[in-house]
Design a binder for this molecule. Structure first.
Ligand code: NAD
Length: 484
């Protein structure tokens, strides 16, 4: 790795960038070339306590700030994000590795969350029934929950934090963001721009670090709610621990998303869709296509065309617009992916395309598109999230069997059906046990005004991120029954 010493990042607490009390530091490389781009402190529980104390104090005035005034700051924030669109996309590519086009799309998805949150005056409205009995009225009022901690993953440095803090803050909460220690830079820019938009001190704080910060938030008596997005084991841990400390928790977790391909699909568009879904963002999306379940009658043709399309992908630094397959996040992750590929071979799957041979002349953490055929539900490559451009293909006789295979998975985040048949769509929609469905679209991630609604081990909690679920998560309701 080429090392240049970079300044140590700081936490943002009570309107100031302050040094962490920690002596532990992690180096952040650009995954496309291994060059150091930042040093991130692994902050302590003392740092968390400082941020929580600040956020609790700021909550006293922020919760009383009129909702339209809060919304106006979000409108200004929206404007600033639009003005910095290209800069934000480039920063995502630099620290995460995803191609510029993917990063550009991510900025858009983040901005949409701010647009939704700026509707706070409508979202915060309560309900009233003037006559539940003679002269008696019942009404429901919404209030913010208090101090919210947000813990985010590396794979969407902008979109995922934007699922959390804009809406939480619009609803009157104060917030402590703990971004992924692997992608800390974009989070800093998000905070700086929100402050520039006029956000008062202490309303949004940022504490860099890893599990100590997470535990600090989970255990702190003055943190009222936790929004988490990350891998399944950590999501389960955060949900159970946070709930044990009496907090409201939503924890969005890992996935193993199945796309079903039927013989009546538009094959060319389906191939394009699967290539985008499986290999876009180097397969590091919670909605990535990781399994294709294809009917036997078209399996050979489908796989041959898919392999040809995968051969066309250009590996490299995502800043180069001719590149469409960037690196994975770290060498350590790439090593694990190589192990998973070895395991797939040992389990008896057929390695149709071996991406390990691609990108060997590049400095970063690259893997070409990798495709396994004849995968079965006994194999670990089918069961476990690999989080890389590695695709498993399961052959089935018909849609009913394809749905059974999909439903056998412990995860239930996303799924796509490629077909031209309305009857098939209806059967799929009714019988599939997955929370986010697509029909002939490659990544069926809902927009910010709908809930991001993973099922099974892809989600722990009751209220999902975004949409009305998000508003309900970040508010508590007060009921009043009055005789006038
Ligand atoms: P991760 O679980 O390693 O890290 C997520 C966050 O948890 C980070 O901030 C990290 O610092 C913290 N963390 C990690 N280990 C911890 C531990 N032992 N104790 C306490 N905190 C810990 O996830 P990642 O690798 O950054 O992100 C990829 C994962 O996130 C994938 O599994 C992906 O499917 C999932 N994801 C899910 C969604 C969704 O909506 N369901 C969205 C994006 C990503």
């Amino acid at each position: 790795m080429k090392v240049q010493t970079k300044a140590l990042l700081k936490n943002f607490i009570n309107g100031d960038w302050v040094a962490s009390k920690s002596t532990e530091v992690e180096i952040v490389p650009n995954p496309a070339n291994g060059e150091e781009i930042a040093r991130v402190p692994l902050s302590t529980k003392e740092d968390v306590d400082l941020a929580v104390t600040t956020a609790k104090e700021a909550f006293k005035t922020w919760k009383k700030t009129p909702v339209p005034k809060r919304a106006r700051i979000l409108f200004k924030y929206h404007q600033l994000l639009m003005e910095h669109y290209d800069e934000l996309a480039r920063l995502i590519t630099k620290e995460n590795g995803k191609c510029y086009d993917d990063a550009y799309g991510e900025v858009q998805r983040g901005i949409e969350c701010v647009e939704f949150a700026a509707g706070a005056p409508s979202l915060m409205m309560g309900e009233v029934l003037p006559d539940i009995a003679t002269d008696i009225e019942s009404s429901m009022y919404r209030y913010p929950v208090g101090v919210v901690g947000g813990i985010s993953p590396f794979n969407f440095p902008m979109m995922v934090p934007c699922w959390m803090f804009p809406l939480a803050i619009a609803c009157g909460n104060t917030f402590i963001l703990k971004p992924s220690e692997r992608t800390p830079l974009l989070a800093q820019r998000l905070v700086e721009l929100f402050v520039e938009a006029g956000l008062p001190k202490g309303v949004l704080n940022l504490v860099h670090g890893a599990h100590d910060v997470v535990n600090g938030l989970l255990e702190h008596k003055n943190v009222d709610a936790i929004s988490f997005v990350g891998s399944q084991p950590v999501a389960e841990y955060v949900y159970k621990t946070g709930a044990g400390y009496g907090k409201r928790v939503q924890a969005l977790a890992g996935a193993k998303n199945h796309s079903i391909v039927l013989a009546d699909c538009d094959l060319e568009k389906t191939i394009q869709g699967i290539v985008g879904g499986a290999f876009g963002s180097a397969g590091q999306r919670c909605m990535a296509t990781s399994v294709v379940v294809v009917t036997e009658d078209i399996a050979d043709t489908f796989i041959s065309k898919l392999t040809t399309a995968a051969d066309q992908l250009v590996l490299g630094d995502g800043c180069d617009t001719s590149v469409n397959l960037g690196p994975v996040i770290r060498q350590s992750h790439l090593d694990k992916v190589h192990q998973a590929i070895e395991e797939g071979i040992e389990e008896g799957a057929t390695l149709v395309r071996d991406g390990r041979k691609d990108g060997q002349d590049l400095d970063g953490y690259f893997l070409g598109a990798t495709i396994f055929d004849h995968v079965t539900t006994e194999m670990n490559i089918w069961k476990n999230e690999i989080f890389a451009p590695v695709l498993s293909i399961v052959r089935v006789k018909d849609l009913t069997e394809a749905i059974e295979v999909t439903n056998e998975s412990d995860f239930g985040n996303g799924s796509v059906l490629y077909t031209d048949s309305a009857k098939a769509v209806r059967q799929y929609r009714e019988d599939i046990e997955v929370g986010m469905l697509g029909v002939n679209v490659n990544v069926p991630a809902p927009m910010a005004f709908f809930p991001f609604s993973g099922w099974k081990n892809s989600f722990y909690g009751d209220l999902h991120a975004n949409g009305k679920d998000g508003v309900n998560f970040y508010t508590k309701r007060k009921m009043m029954t009055a005789r006038y």
